[in-house]
Design a protein around this ligand. Sequence first.
Ligand SMILES: C[S@@+](CC[C@H](N)C(=O)[O-])C[C@H]1O[C@@H](n2cnc3c(N)ncnc32)[C@H](O)[C@@H]1O
Length: 631
Amino acid sequence: MSNEFVHSVTVPRIYKITADIVRRVREDGASLKTLIYEKKHPNVAGIYGLAVNTLQALPQLDQLFDKTQILTEQPRLNPWLARVLITELLWRKRCLKNRSKPVLTVLAYENKLREESINLGYIETFVDHKDKVKRPRYVRVNTLLLTVEEAISFFQQDGWQLLPKSTTYSSYLQSLSQLSKPYFIQDLHIPEILAFPSSTIFHDHSGYRDGKLILQDKASSLPVHLLNPISGSTVLDMCAAPGMKTTHVAAKLQNNGKVYAVEIDAKRFKILITQLEKTHALCVEPLNQDVLTLDPKLYSYVEYILVDPTCSGSGIIDRPKQSDMDGMPEPKRLKNLQSFQVYLLRYALFNFPNAKRIIYSTCSLHPEENEEVVDEVLANVGNAYRLLPVRQLLKNNWTNFSSKKYNCGDLCLYSKPNDDFCNGFFVAVFERNFDVILPKCKLKGGNEYMNLIETNLNIKKDDMAKTFAHQQEKCEKKKKKKKKKKKEEKEIISMNNEQMKISADIVEFKVLDVDSKIKAKSKKEEFEKIDVCNDSFNFNYKVLNESKDIQKETLDVMEMKKSRKKRKSKHENIFQELIMTKKEQTKEIEIELPKIKKKKENKEIKIDKIQQVEIESGKNCNWTIKEEEKK
Ligand SMILES: C[S@@+](CC[C@H](N)C(=O)[O-])C[C@H]1O[C@@H](n2cnc3c(N)ncnc32)[C@H](O)[C@@H]1O
């Protein structure tokens, strides 16, 4: 029997069902949507929202369990139900009206839970930000086309009034939260960012149309602000489209320097190109390819790198509904994304020896895509890189950082919709320590990587094929070259065989010739003549040996064997014929030929004997060659 509460007031079904769904998604990797429809509960939307929010908050809930000891002290409380109830209490409805035992138990810990939640910095960060936040309309002034002062003055001419500059982050946020027409404010951290009331529409503004104003959220401008490349430097943007950060870098450099903007997806690449043209980002060289196919040797002078990979997008406030799960990807997808992100970040850190600063950023609020990625890569790089404390880079004017629970500690930045009035974002700043040699790190197999790309980017296979066409082309060229070389070798071999054949024929001819002439001569004389043949044979062998350095492969030996065999049978046939016709007048002579060594090939071809050169008295002579090969 279960150890759980037996109670007269029952727990609302919506909580029970959600608890079961969350458990199965987490433990079995089951699909949230399928489970919800399976339950056939009338309040599908309510269950969905609560389940998503609970799943989002799982790491924080575990920490709260740890801090409050609620599960240890209340062993009969079902942990999954507790998670759902706490989520509802702290971050959703902020109250629990039901009076069932589990609910009363959680309520007994309410103060403790709220306190710890504040201590851990979790208040209002994970849940429902999409409904609550009134995000200002951010505009980035494209300083390639006009100065910030010019932009401000244009807006003022349009009737807008600039609020006085804030000196602290809290006073800035205060102004931001109360922003209403006709006021606008210059961002505290990024001077080229201006914030307008959330209802402001700029899509028809002439400044937006001709690339002077860029509608870019403040959070997405933080990575380049923190990268801070100096004028004249070389920057690699590893995941560039649609080009918000690329154009921001170009503006920072004032087009003085070089930006390589790499984008794997063909369609997104087109958007990138349009954006570059529109903003006059002239120092950018766009590259439509997988960044991992770049030859790092050709880009070894890159000094700054942006790694802004595909992520769950869970921090984006106005993100259109995702296919299955709005804002909460199933754990499997998160894992996939994480492997892919680790892969790219590792590639950036290990392959560019002159990179002094590398930014890793995501628009996700999931630690799996942020702190966990940074920790994994940090573990590989040793002291060759260190994380710069973003708190200091922003002059202590920031409040949300990575969790101390991870090795990266609170060195990285989070922006959180409800606190910072911008999209949820994560930024880590890696700085190279040139005193330490960069360790070697090999990337894992290509197939695994291809799968990750396909899963994470939803790039059509033909797009991928296009991206990798360059690589394949290279491969093909190599293959063709190899084939050509082999063909040439074969030709030389067959030429040599031909040579051999000619040699043999010459020998044969000479032997036959000699035979015909020595009919009546003594045995001694016959030997002399045949020695002449041997010399001729040797001469031809020498010719053959001159090209032997090409005959590296065993193939040539095989070829030679073949042609020898052919000749052997040819001569044997002649011999047979002769035997048949001139049987009665044969003499037997045995001649030893010298060994002929093919040194370079380390093979020895021994012309063992010209055996049984049968000299038919006064008419014909025949011979066979026995060949031995030694390796
Ligand atoms: C989050 S978006 C980048 C947003 C961009 N940095 C900006 O600020 O506008 C990630 C982009 O990286 C691209 N991407 C993902 N993997 C890539 C790879 N291996 N090589 C090049 N681009 C890649 C995706 O197609 C996608 O367009």
